[in-house]
Write a protein that binds this ligand. Structure first.
Ligand code: NAD
Length: 297
């Protein structure tokens, strides 16, 4: 079998298009412009690239984008004061604090100081609890993007065996909750899992979120399974240049899978599209308006 390629780039463009249409309607009917504030502390080059890209795409869909760049030695009190100010600002509907934060800042404390209704990353403990109990919440962007692609490809996921490799708070755990919510039978595998190959071979859906280049070989994949590759790893090629690869060995997995996401061009573009979708959802909820269909879990 040669897998169908799930084109995350094209799907993300579709999601952004839907968001832009809805944003235009909000402006026309309610004179509302959703606002997203991104807070970046320090000068991590990868984070700066993400933040720039987020800002550009936010304005492209017609939203207001605000960036707060703070020095690496910013005190926790100053950062919390900024978040408090953004929590109270009615023109801001979404707040994202770019992670990782410099070591002297308590990430949990900072994330949990964001108003949960504006927590468009879905990392606030209230949103984690709401998601875990099947209630309306803000859903972390990367797993939400994976779920959207799976629903688009399969329609119903009910009764499917799903294996999530990785148990991080930002990808693995919320991904497992979302798949449970869609009635999959879910296994979370991690660094201590025994016979990982065996576990993965039982999966109709494999979500790899490990951070180890090309770790999953094709012979772990059940014939016809759907493979969602969250990993983004930069590796050096023989010629000394670098390239991005995922957590699965794309060539061999694509030979057995029914469908697979490429890296780059799979999960990555969906993450920012879902950030915009979450900002729109937060705006609608804050104003008591109907939420857009198909853009939340
Ligand atoms: P993380 O380091 O927080 O978690 C990695 C998980 O993998 C851990 O739970 C660990 O138990 C598990 N693991 C490690 N070694 C393992 C092994 N040998 N076998 C099985 N499990 C193992 O990483 P994360 O933040 O969840 O990110 C995972 C990957 O996804 C990274 O490559 C990251 O760059 C990428 N990522 C991509 C996006 C995107 O937008 N596409 C977003 C977030 C993360």
């Amino acid at each position: 079998m040669t897998a169908q390629v799930i084109d995350g780039k094209a799907f993300a463009a579709e999601v952004r298009g839907k968001v832009a249409e809805h944003v235009a309607r909000l402006k026309e009917k309610h004179d509302l412009v959703p606002g997203l504030a991104v807070v970046l502390v320090g000068e991590d080059p990868a984070s700066e690239v993400y933040v720039r890209s987020k800002g550009k795409q936010t304005t492209e869909v017609g939203m207001k984008s605000v960036e707060h760049k703070l020095d690496a030695d910013t005190s926790e009190a100053d950062l919390l004061a900024l978040i408090d100010q953004l929590n109270k600002d009615d023109s801001i509907n979404g707040i994202l604090v770019q992670l990782p934060l410099p070591g002297h800042l308590d990430e949990d404390l900072v994330i949990n100081s964001i108003d949960p209704a504006k927590d468009v990353d879905g990392f606030h403990i209230s949103n984690v609890g709401l998601l875990g109990t099947g209630q309306k919440s803000m859903v972390p962007c990367t797993p939400l993007g994976c779920l959207m692609m799976l629903r688009e490809h399969h329609g119903s996921l009910s009764g499917m065996n799903a294996v999530v490799i990785g148990r991080s708070n930002i990808v693995g755990k919320p991904m497992a909750q979302l798949l449970l919510g869609d009635s999959c039978t879910v296994t979370i595998a991690h660094s201590r899992t025994k016979d990982l190959a065996d576990v993965v071979r039982r999966a109709d859906i494999v979500v790899a979120a490990v951070g180890r280049p090309e770790m999953v070989p094709g012979d772990w994949i059940k014939e016809g399974a759907t493979v969602i590759d969250v990993g983004i790893n930069r590796i050096e090629k023989d010629d000394g240049k670098t390239k991005l690869v995922g957590d699965v060995d794309y060539a061999s997995c694509a030979e057995r899978a029914g469908a697979i996401t490429p890296v780059p061009g799979g999960v990555g573009p969906m993450t920012i599209a879902c950030l915009l979708a979450n900002t729109l959802t937060a705006t609608c909820r804050a104003n008591g308006l109907e939420e857009p269909e198909g853009l939340t879990a």
